[in-house]
Design a protein around this ligand. Structure first.
Ligand SMILES: Nc1ncnc2c1ncn2[C@@H]1O[C@H](COP(=O)(O)OP(=O)(O)OP(=O)(O)O)[C@@H](O)[C@H]1O
Length: 575
């Protein structure tokens, strides 16, 4: 937690604490002034004394109010700033995280960490600046002043404070673990909620609405029952502490009245003593709340630090090699590449070997789970390989600055993902200053020009979250156009033509061939018709290249390729 709160500005922290100190001192002085008014003013009928001390009291009350406002302002400002900074740092970390790191946490947990966990820290930071120092200082100050008023009467605390401590201890024993478990339950709730929202169409298609609602209810019930338990325990605090406080007052009045009767104490002193006693007990209560909140925030701090301390598992080269692009040097080479997912027993890719020159098209075909996506993900270095070497334009990709490498690659992932905004903003994602002409050209190659031009607002048409207002095929074509706007050396299309009909698929590949003369095109596909014209086809099975060559060569020599052809011919016959 210390590591996290270190982000707060020391100046603001000291200013907030300074205001708080002034507030505590003023508050502690007020009961003494009350006691003086009663004992010296009221008891002796000294009206001018009452007026003058009353004036001082009003003055100190004002100082206390102003100090409280100052403290709250700086405490809130610093706590909010801390929350803002943490959220930005987590977001930045996550947006630069590798695929492996994203898989480690999961989206739902990352959302909880950015929202709920940051809120916990924010609350504790504010409480620290408002109360954490206030409570101990008040406790010490009020105890000292109460002792000064009457040492004999402080014996009352020897009875009430141990009772309070035991009670608070019991509450903490039961409440702290429940508070901690609530974080995990919030994670689970977010996970189920998120899956329910993102998968709403699948849920409807499979008529699983009731099942999902039950699943959500279960997570919701689990969360709520823990919250009820914890709140029930906490709800007991106030009445029991009130009883203890009332008991303390009764004991003070009972003991105090004897002392007054014996002329060992004045009435004003007893009233001041009672006020100090209340402050002492409230400080104890505040401290106990702090002891409950700090472990909870500590759990949040650990979860936040887990994200912030993520070591970059894709090392940035210390002296990066520049990646130049000339008409002659565009090339992509996989040299005996092996890759294994973190923690996996088997290699996901074994001994992948091929090379391509600018202007060539590579097609990768194979069954589901054979390793096609894994292979193309290695080109922009989403993962680091176990052995072998991958070179782009003759330069090993792990020696190139990561951002520079990605700048040279136009990537269309398997899942067509668009951002909320306009079509123009989405297309300019890879080249901010791309002019309309370039955007229309990319749309034309991607076979998206016709439907975009038919939209009333053309390039300025609104794109809903995730591209929800476009069909699957339209989304895919917009994603293809977005990649084409980039000035890349390699264009990767990971199963990006799957939602297109055969005619559009053929037209798109034709347009690509005509337009992309110097760059490399890598197409992952399931359909033979998509790969048929490629200069090189890799047939992949269980991570191994089982055949490579042109369509005609593979048709003769590769058994797996022949099987794919015959299975698709059967499908066409059936159709
Ligand atoms: N993040 C991951 N962690 C561990 N294993 C993974 C991960 N992603 C994929 N795999 C495994 O690696 C293998 C290859 O997966 P990959 O996604 O590359 O296949 P694919 O050929 O693209 O499949 P599809 O055609 O269904 O998209 C599969 O066995 C899969 O289970």
């Amino acid at each position: 937690m210390l590591k996290i709160v270190k982000r707060m500005s020391l100046v603001s922290v000291f200013v907030a604490l300074g205001f708080m100190l002034v507030q505590v001192m003023s508050d502690l002085y007020l009961p003494t002034l009350t006691s003086n008014i009663i004992d010296k003013g009221v008891a002796q009928g000294d009206i001018p004394y009452i007026w003058s001390v009353g004036g001082v009291m009003i003055g100190f009350s004002f100082i206390s109010i102003l100090a409280a406002i100052g403290n709250t302002y700086f405490a809130t400002k610093e706590a909010q700033k801390l929350g803002k900074q943490l959220r930005s740092e987590i977001f930045s970390k996550v947006s630069h995280a590798s695929h492996n790191q994203m898989d480690k946490f999961g989206t739902a947990s990352l959302i909880t960490r950015t929202t709920n966990d940051v809120n916990q820290i924010q609350m504790v930071a504010q409480m620290f600046l408002r109360l954490m120092i206030h409570a101990p200082i008040t406790l010490v100050g009020a105890s000292f002043l109460a002792y000064q008023k009457n040492a004999e009467l402080t014996k009352v605390f020897l009875i009430t404070i141990p009772i309070l401590i035991v009670f608070i201890g019991i509450v903490m024993y039961f409440a702290v673990p429940l508070f901690k478990s609530m974080q995990k339950k919030t994670d689970r709730l977010n996970l189920v909620f998120r899956e329910g929202l993102t998968g709403v169409r699948v849920i409807r298609a499979f008529n699983r609405g009731d099942y999902e609602a039950d699943r959500f209810d279960e997570a919701n019930h689990d969360f709520v029952s823990t919250a009820i338990k914890v709140n029930t325990i906490m709800a007991m605090m106030i009445p029991i502490v009130t009883v203890i406080m009332s008991g303390t007052t009764i004991l003070i009045v009972w003991q105090g009245s004897h002392l007054i009767a014996d002329m060992k104490m004045e009435v004003g002193h007893m009233i001041a003593f009672m006020t100090y006693a209340t402050e002492i007990l409230i400080s104890f209560l505040t401290l106990s709340m702090i002891f409950i909140m700090v472990p909870r925030a500590q759990a949040s701090a650990v979860r936040i630090n887990e994200v912030l301390d993520l070591e970059d598992d894709l090392e940035q080269p210390k002296t990066p090699t520049a990646l130049s692009t000339t008409q002659e040097n565009v090339s992509l080479e996989f040299d005996h590449v092996d890759y294994r997912y973190k923690g996996a027993e088997n290699l996901a890719l074994k001994d992948v070997n091929f090379s391509l020159k600018g202007g060539e098209t590579l097609a990768i075909i194979g069954g589901t789970g054979s390793g096609k996506t894994t292979l193309v993900n290695l080109i922009p270095r989403f993962f680091d390989i176990e052995s072998g070497e991958i070179k782009l334009n003759g330069v090993p990709v792990n020696t190139v600055d990561k951002e520079e490498l990605v700048d040279h690659i136009g990537f269309v992932p398997q899942k067509a993902m668009l951002f909320t905004g306009t079509i123009r903003e989405n297309l300019q994602y890879g080249k901010e200053n791309a002019i309309d002409e370039e955007l229309w050209h990319a749309l034309e190659i991607a076979q998206a020009k016709t439907f975009v031009s038919e939209l009333e607002e053309g390039l300025d048409s609104h794109v809903e979250q995730g591209g929800g207002n476009f069909s699957g095929g339209q989304r895919q074509r917009l994603c293809i156009a977005r990649a084409l706007v980039k000035e890349a050396d390699v264009f990767v299309f990971d199963d990006s033509f799957s939602a297109l009909d055969f005619k559009t698929d053929a037209k798109l590949r034709d347009a690509l061939k005509k337009d992309i003369k110097e760059e490399i095109v890598v197409i992952v596909a399931q359909r033979i018709s998509t790969v048929i014209d490629a200069d090189l086809i890799l047939v992949i099975d269980e991570g191994k290249i089982v055949g490579q060559g042109t369509h005609d060569e593979l048709k003769e020599s590769c058994e797996t390729y022949q099987e794919i052809i015959s299975s698709q011919m059967r499908e066409e016959e059936i159709a």
